[in-house]
Design a protein around this ligand. Sequence first.
Ligand code: G
Ligand code: G
Ligand code: MN
Ligand code: NA
Length: 253
Amino acid sequence: LYIESELRHALEKHQFKLLYQPQLDVHSNRIVGVEALIRWIHPEMGMVSPAEFIPIAEQMELIHSIGYWVAEEAIRQASEWCREGLGLRVGINLSGRQFMDGDLASKLGHMIRLSGLPPKLLDLEITESVAMDNPDQALFLLSELKQLGVTLAIDDFGTGYSSLEYLQKFCVDFIKIDRAFIKNLVHNPADQGIVKAVLGIAESLNMRVIAEGVETAEELSLLTAFGCDEIQGFFISRPVPAAEIPGVLMHYH
Ligand code: G
Ligand code: G
Ligand code: MN
Ligand code: NA
């Protein structure tokens, strides 16, 4: 299959790049973090979405080499921003197989130490579905990662099968509310209720909430009124190349 054979060589052909999407702290009105999002630029197919190729990479076991490339590149960029005095937290997405990789914590620890990055500036996102698929194993793996001093986030929250019992045990710092609940927030009282309930749970568990997919000023003001901590979405910025991040920051500082 074309896409699979092309994916096998994408890394050595330098066809991947990372874009970064800013995250705004609504209390301080400052950009405090970015999420790294991978892009595959193929000479014939053009830009291939990670929603399409990450599941294939998982099946082919290519996800480990791609995932370590993402981590290496994001850590390198975060260290550079840190040296420039920006102090931005950089988040990376971990797929299911990457998260289950027994070497993950030690390899990430090694990369962090080599880079000199303060570990709290690296945020690791795993989806709620992956975390809840085998919550006892997730509990163990998350605590291993937490010992590196990084921050942890539960991604796409609200779309998987949540267990509040396990959510309480997971030592995560952030809950990222899926954009499914933000899309119709302004006109849908049920979504408003869900978002407020998630904010209440997060407050009780001492976790911060990041709302994803914020596209309008109305959504931002509702989320601010509800007490959301951070927002991410096209209203602030699309995912952009690293070089454009200082410009976005300047706009907010
Ligand atoms: O950036 P975009 O909206 O196209 O991302 C689509 C999906 O791909 C999202 O679910 C996102 O979490 C995932 N994704 C983006 N970058 C990465 C990455 O580096 N690793 C993994 N595992 N998933 C990613
Ligand atoms: O699953 P995850 O949350 O990691 O996916 C993030 C994806 O959502 C990225 O692919 C990004 O391009 C996309 N995204 C980010 N902000 C917005 C937004 O405001 N609206 C929409 N429709 N998509 C967004
Ligand atoms: Mn994510
Ligand atoms: Na998400």
